[in-house]
Write a protein that binds this ligand. Structure first.
Ligand code: ADP
Ligand code: MG
Length: 729
């Protein structure tokens, strides 16, 4: 690997100084400068147009054609003043990443001239050829029309020289073909259900918004080394590689001083992110070597998710300026930590109350407990659906590995909230409470704030943890679109809140007092949800056993997990909440199966090629060298002396041979299995076959290659090793 080491070193020596990092002194001076935000709208729009957009944002009203024209004019003027030449509708198709097709503002003017033009209809709707985006059979190619439609709740921004307009993406027949459409629907479903429940506590609540604070983990790899690893380039993870003798054993990377080169990259990213109005807050080293994290301040979930997607894009672009490549894969390296994307999630009323923050009096605390308990029940009932929303081909490598939660959903509440729930469970009975009991309970409930704020106990091993004022869904994969998890979480919570409200209303109808009705229903929910509550070590073997006893599901493979989407109760839930029609759901799940198949297929092909073209030839070369050596020894030495000298080498030659033969044989078998799988038409069967028959070979072949890596002359080994990938900074 000498060649690559020299390359990497050259990169380091040639490293250009970072451009001017902060154009002005304060971030607040240029924060959002490339966003068509409220202050720009005030400046560039007429009063009426401004009002129309603000109303659309706040209460979802439609913007009429005339107003849209005015908004388009204002946006165009602002964009041209800021160097934009093109515009694009930007959306989240069901692939990994976002999509954009740039059109120039130019139109024919008089004679041979051109003018810059942009209209309301171009702003509001466009019709990209949708035939090459996955739809899961919703769209036939002959009716490939798809529409993008402006989402005014997420402001337009300028990316390089392009005015970028966040949009939803739907088929000609109105079916969602993206992540944003159902996300907006799910956000609206929770809004409706939660607002109704809030009415028990506060009549001023008229809307509830979803908040998301994401934490994005990633690896930074030297570009020269990355380019020399076809597996990283093509699959995003290493399909082979012996662990580095030192990796994360000493815990010396987590939160340690950020390497200068990485820090310069981060500063550049932050600079761009701030211009685009992404409120980045935190940067730090993660557990594995060369692993890092970025986190912003939380925002409204739709905007936050747009920002996460945009951020991933910016990070990839800026990494290249610093001769880095980013790995967003959930498990790029075997044996060390993988990357997640924690979703910090909460609900907030229009009156500014965080529904997951304990309040200042018994009433607001009862509201807090209502939302906590209903979330608990939602997660319990929807454990399979939540898992299905985050378990992908790449995330399977991370979940259940030693540094990540197993594929069992559980909720960590911490001692204080747990105690409170126990209290409620004991205190309320299905009879009228005595005044004393009531006072005692209210007193206890009233005490929550001091307790919780004093005691923010954390449990890092829980996939779904209450962290003082929000829930943190930690099983989300680093490469995922957050929407996948948020759609399901919001749907489940909306559904549960509605059930809760119906149960409470039914009791009130029977003349039970409101507070008591709420207590009674909550008690029931607490008892029912008990199995999902777990405050212990989620990574331990004992938990796996305990969870099985409790009847919690533990599904580790993607095909089985995906099937949960099609369970009748979940299908109905999505339909009732108008998040997915049956055909949308079916199409979406099919896309997921296809993605899974494709990812395994690609990995299998890449490994087969690398094994035969890169590894085996080098192993044979080295083996030949050893054979030469043995031959030479034989010429000089004989008898016992020769045996003594050459014995070890002969054994090594045999070992190498065994590995080579195994690699070749298993490679052939894997290709055969792939061929068999490829002719299966049923996408579910095909995915299962890929999972059961093809995927295991990836590990089996790798084992032999990794053993060879330890034996073969380092100078000849054709791929950068873990120690180089992880420690070049
Ligand atoms: P960590 O979990 O690593 O300690 P932080 O405390 O920095 O991380 O918070 C992680 C994310 O949670 C940040 O994006 C933060 O803004 C977000 N967050 C904090 N409070 C809330 C809330 N009420 N709702 C949603 N996200 C929140
Ligand atoms: Mg966190």
């Amino acid at each position: 690997m000498a060649k690559f080491r020299v390359n990497a070193l050259t990169e380091v020596l040639n490293r250009k100084p970072v451009e001017v990092l902060r154009e002005k002194n304060l971030v607040s001076d240029y924060y959002g400068m490339l966003v068509f935000n409220e202050s720009k709208m005030k400046k560039y729009l007429s009063k009426d147009a401004y009002k129309a957009v603000m109303e659309a944002i706040e209460s979802g009203t439609t913007i009429n054609r005339k107003m849209a024209d005015q908004v388009a004019q204002g946006m165009k003027t602002w964009a041209l003043e800021n160097g934009a030449t093109h515009y694009t509708h930007w959306f989240h198709p069901l692939t990994d990443g976002t999509a954009e097709k740039h059109d120039a503002f130019v139109e024919h003017g008089s004679e041979a001239s051109v003018i810059e033009a942009f209209s309301g209809s171009l702003l509001a709707q466009q019709e990209p050829d949708a035939s090459s985006f996955p739809s899961g059979g919703i769209r036939q190619t002959f009716e490939a029309r798809g529409y993008t439609a402006w989402d005014p709740t997420s402001p337009a921004f300028i990316s390089e020289t392009t005015l970028t307009i966040p949009t939803i993406f739907i088929s000609y027949t109105g079916e969602a073909l993206d992540y944003k459409t159902p996300l907006l629907r799910a956000i609206s479903a929770v809004d409706k259900a939660a607002t109704t429940v809030c009415q028990y506590f506060d009549k001023d609540v008229t809307s509830v918004r979803t908040n998301l604070g994401w934490e994005q983990e990633y690896f930074l790899i030297d570009e020269a080394l990355y380019m020399a690893r076809p597996d990283l380039v093509l699959t995003g993870r290493t399909l082979m590689g012996h662990p580095s003798s030192k990796d994360q054993q000493l815990d010396d990377h987590y939160f340690s001083s950020i390497p200068t080169r990485a820090n310069r990259f981060m500063q550049d990213v932050e600079n761009e992110a701030y211009k685009l109005g992404i409120p980045l807050k935190t940067r730090h080293n993660e557990v594995a070597p060369n692993q890092f994290e970025f986190a912003p301040i939380f925002e409204e979930a739709n905007l936050a998710n747009d920002h996460n997607q945009l951020m991933m894009d910016i990070m990839q672009k800026i990494a290249r300026r610093h001769n880095f490549r980013i790995l967003f894969h959930e498990k790029p390296f075997k044996g060390i930590n993988g990357s997640g994307k924690h979703n910090n999630w909460s609900l907030q009323t229009n009156t500014g109350v965080n529904l997951y923050s304990p309040g200042k009096n018994p009433k607001s605390n009862l509201q807090f407990l209502t939302f906590v308990v209903n979330t608990l029940k939602a997660v319990y009932d929807g454990q399979d659906l939540l898992r299905a929303s985050i378990l992908t081909a790449s995330n399977t490598h991370r979940l259940g590995a030693n540094e990540a939660p197993p594929s069992i959903l559980s909720v960590f509440l911490g001692t204080e909230v747990s105690n409170m729930l126990n209290l409620m469970e004991e205190a309320v009975v299905d009879r009228k409470m005595t005044p004393d009991e009531k006072t005692a309970l209210k007193l206890n409930i009233g005490r929550i704030p001091e307790i919780i704020l004093d005691n923010t106990d954390r449990n890092r091993t829980s996939p779904f943890a209450f962290t003082g004022n929000r829930f943190e869904f930690r099983a989300v994969g680093s490469s995922a679109n957050n929407a996948s998890a948020l759609i399901v979480l919001n749907a489940l919570v909306a559904n549960q809140l509605t059930k809760f409200q119906k149960a409470v209303d039914a009791l009130i109808e029977k003349k039970v007092k409101k507070d008591e009705a709420i207590f009674q229903v909550l008690k029931e929910l607490i008892i029912l949800s008990k199995p999902i509550c777990f405050n212990g070590d989620g990574y331990s073997e004992n938990w796996v056993k305990e969870a099985a006893k409790r009847g919690l599901t533990n599904i580790k493979n993607v095909p089985e997990s995906l099937a949960s989407y099609m369970k009748p109760e979940f299908k109905e839930l999505f339909q009732q909440l108008e998040i997915f029609s049956e055909s949308e759901l079916k199409g979406r799940v099919e896309v997921e199966y296809e993605k899974f198949i494709m990812k395994i297929q690609i990995e299998s092909r890449v490994l087969a090629d690398l094994a035969i073209n890169h590894i085996v030839p080098v192993a044979i070369e080295y083996q030949t060298m050893l054979l030469e050596n043995v031959k030479n020894l034989k010429e000089v030495f004989s008898g016992e002396e020769f045996k003594k000298l050459a014995g070890g080498r002969v054994e090594l030659i045999k070992t190498i041979n065994e590995h080579i033969s195994a690699i070749k044989a298993k490679r052939e078998e894997m290709i055969e299995e792939r061929k068999k799988a490829n002719v299966i038409n049923d996408v579910v069967k095909k995915a299962k076959t890929y999972d059961n028959k093809v995927k295991p070979y990836l590990e089996e072949i790798r084992e032999h290659i990794d053993k060879l890596e330890l034996i073969v002359d380092n100078e000849r080994w054709p791929l950068p090793k873990y120690r180089e990938l992880l420690f070049t900074r």
